[in-house]
Ligand binder design. Structure first.
Ligand SMILES: NC(=O)c1ccc[n+]([C@@H]2O[C@H](COP(=O)([O-])OP(=O)(O)OC[C@H]3O[C@@H](n4cnc5c(N)ncnc54)[C@H](O)[C@@H]3O)[C@@H](O)[C@H]2O)c1
Length: 267
């Protein structure tokens, strides 16, 4: 691994206390990036930041933020700029899921998921882009990176609101790309399938609770069987694509959502 590949990248990562966000933060810092870890769970995000700083290449800070609040997004951007001098990448990763069958969806379920996954992404993109525009032209393009899902392109009927929220992430990627290009900002994303993280472990329990699966672990096995690669994934399977999108190697790409789903979306 080239320890200087991401030198000069100052990145705000939302939802970085655990799961894919934390793995990506560590992976980027190992390649020289400075990372601001934004999360509702500030203590755990701080422990990830401490680990990164102890290892010593890219630097890390942690901030408490609720991505669904505009002021928190603005404060996280300001903290990134205070710590590192500028921001040139935003990775909008914070997300959650709470499965319900279509006719059982209520306003609370809708608001919970849409407020974090879609509204939170929109607010983050806007606040980070505002700062990038203020900073003005730099040598390389600025980058906004959105975390979608196989559910950005595939209807999954036990998680309708999650699908709606993640189709929204795809729309934000497309609309952001065409709108922000004039400011030298690209917008891309990646779309995992099933990744063994705390989010998935909770989802696995919830799927039993709503009666979609009989026992915990069954969803994991059933989905693996459906995938072209016949196996589910771990955060380490996603971090290489995320780093590619942060790196200069992807500078000419915009408006793309790359699937890292073991061949689920094509089934
Ligand atoms: N795990 C999967 O199978 C899977 C598959 C496809 C897409 N995704 C997406 O990948 C992203 C990361 O998922 P993960 O599995 O690593 O999840 P995770 O639950 O392990 O981590 C998500 C983090 O987001 C934080 N968070 C939640 N709400 C927040 C809010 N309002 N403000 C700030 N932070 C908040 C949580 O505290 C947590 O640290 C999510 O957008 C998710 O939808 C996950």
């Amino acid at each position: 691994m080239d320890p200087n590949r991401l030198k000069g990248k100052n990145i705000l990562i939302t939802g970085a206390a655990q799961g894919m966000g934390a793995t990506n933060a560590e992976h980027f810092a190992e390649q020289g990036a400075n990372v601001c870890l934004g999360d509702l769970d500030a203590d755990t995000a701080q422990s990830v930041a401490d680990r990164i700083n102890e290892r010593g290449n890219g630097k890390a800070i942690a901030v408490r933020m609720d991505v669904s609040k505009r002021a928190d997004n603005a404060a996280a951007v300001a903290a990134t700029v205070d710590a590192f001098g500028s921001i040139n990448v935003g990775l909008f990763n914070a997300g959650l899921n709470k499965p319900k069958f279509f006719m059982d969806i209520d306003e609370d379920n809708w608001d919970l998921i849409m407020n974090v996954n879609t509204k939170g992404m929109w607010l983050g993109m806007q606040e980070v882009a505002r700062q990038m525009i203020k900073q003005g032209p730099q040598e390389h393009v600025y980058k906004l990176i959105n975390v979608g899902s196989v559910a950005s392109r595939k209807p999954l009927y036990d998680v309708t609101v999650y699908c709606t929220s993640k189709y929204g992430c795809l729309a934000l990627t497309h609309c952001g790309a065409v709108t922000l290009a004039e400011h030298n900002i690209t917008v891309n994303g990646y779309a995992p399938g099933v990744v063994k993280t705390p989010l998935w472990e909770q989802l696995d329990k919830d799927l039993v609770e709503i009666g979609f699966k009989e026992k915990e672990g069954q969803a994991f096995d059933d989905i693996a069987e459906m995938l072209a690669l016949k196996k589910v994934s771990y955060p380490d399977d996603v971090k290489g694509t995320a780093a590619f999108l942060v790196s200069h190697d992807s500078d000419y790409m915009t408006g793309q959502m790359i699937h890292i789903d073991g061949g689920w979306v094509i089934q």
